[in-house]
Design a protein around this ligand. Structure first.
Ligand code: M6R
Length: 365
């Protein structure tokens, strides 16, 4: 049931603050301001040497975000690969390794094959899934469910941010059990997560403005998305979302990679969406943005109050995102990129919930 929404995708975008809250309720002890330690963990986080994350599409971008979290917070080397590549490359895996697979449906054929390979290789396995009775959930040693509820739109939205939420909690748990996080640091990260749903609601209030910006990019032939660090995966996700539902060609790049090739694409017809929260990488991202502006690129700047004050004047359009702890910024910046894609597609008139050539669950290899 779409309720009073035009599309399932719109409904699912709007549900995010609520379902993130449900997912947090599962993994966070609100009274203590800490993560919950599961009763039976089938492996010892402190003894792990490596995490290997595999997934497809949007789920793989949740996995890529988690790499930054696991490495930073838990000092755990983490590898991420798309399942269709990983499953065939016979990767050697360490003795004390944990394999994490991420899947909304829990039925994606390549992700399932990657999980089975990791099991054969003696890895501990953990699945982040939205459908608890799915094959991937059944075959994993441990399941971290996301509580997004049914996702009908082919373009994944709320499942993605719930995957991020579950992975963020898992990374904090890893840091806690490996002793790389103090109790104070743990509480700081958990409180940032607890604030995220409310901050997402604030972004949703900007929907009309974001729709206006989307209309301005809807005529473009190509769109680039740039981000760094935790928001590099969000740039990839923004580009995937835009291409899958609006059929506009879009690519996401790590902002620092631009000058190694893609900057050649820039002219006054190319909108460039720059994801730039005011964090430790902000200055670097802004200098990449200036390189784009100098070549006539149409900048759409996604930033917080600080970035607005400094740099709004350099952008063609801008979208304000609430100031948040850098740790949770991917959760927040996911929302405006979803809304940009959604409104561009609505403006163009494509079939948003059932884009051409795509299936909700890819059970073929
Ligand atoms: O069900 P899964 O999470 O395993 O699906 C993975 C991808 O097929 C999926 O995320 C796909 O990329 C979406 N259409 C993206 O919006």
């Amino acid at each position: 049931d779409k309720g009073n929404h035009r599309h399932f995708m719109a409904k699912e975008i709007e549900e995010q603050p609520e379902v993130i809250g449900h997912t947090l309720a599962e993994y966070v002890d609100f009274a203590e301001g800490t993560v919950r330690v599961p009763e039976k963990l089938p492996f010892d986080f402190a003894a792990l040497d490596r995490i290997t994350i595999t997934a497809c599409g949007t789920a793989s971008y949740a996995g890529l975000t988690a790499k930054y979290w696991f490495e930073r917070i838990a000092r755990l080397p983490t590898e991420v690969d798309i399942a269709s590549e990983f499953r065939y490359r016979e990767a050697p895996l360490p003795k004390n390794g944990l394999a994490i697979v991420v899947s909304q449906s829990g039925e994606t054929a390549d992700t399932l094959a990657a999980l089975r390979y990791c099991k054969q290789q003696g890895q501990h396995t953990l699945a982040i899934v939205n459908v608890p009775e799915s094959t991937i959930a059944r075959e994993s040693e441990m399941v971290f469910r996301t509580y997004a509820g049914p996702e009908i739109g082919v373009a994944s939205t709320k499942a993605f941010t719930c995957q991020l939420t579950a992975l963020a909690c898992l990374a904090i748990l890893a840091g806690k059990l490996r002793g790389t996080l103090t109790l104070e640091q743990e509480r700081e990260l958990v409180s940032a997560l607890i604030m995220a749903p409310r901050q997402m609601t604030e972004i949703l209030k900007e929907e009309k403005h974001i729709a206006d910006v989307a209309r301005e990019i809807a005529n473009a032939r190509d769109v680039l998305f740039l981000g760094r660090g935790l928001n590099y995966p969000i740039a990839l996700e923004g580009a995937l979302k835009l291409k899958e539902i609006s059929y506009i060609h879009a690519e996401g790049y790590a902002a620092g990679e631009l000058k190694h090739g893609p900057i050649a694409l820039i002219d006054e017809n190319v909108p460039v969406i720059v994801i730039a929260p005011h964090d430790e990488l902000y200055d670097k991202t802004i200098s990449n943005m200036e390189e784009v502006a100098a070549r006539g690129g149409k900048i759409v700047l996604l930033t917080d109050d600080h970035g607005m004050t400094d740099n709004e004047h350099k952008a063609f359009r801008s979208i304000r995102v609430p100031k948040a702890h850098p740790f949770v910024s991917p959760l927040l910046y996911a929302v405006p990129v979803q809304l940009l894609a959604y409104h561009a597609a609505v403006f163009i008139g494509t079939d948003v919930d059932q884009p051409r050539n795509l299936a909700k669950s890819v059970t073929v290899e």
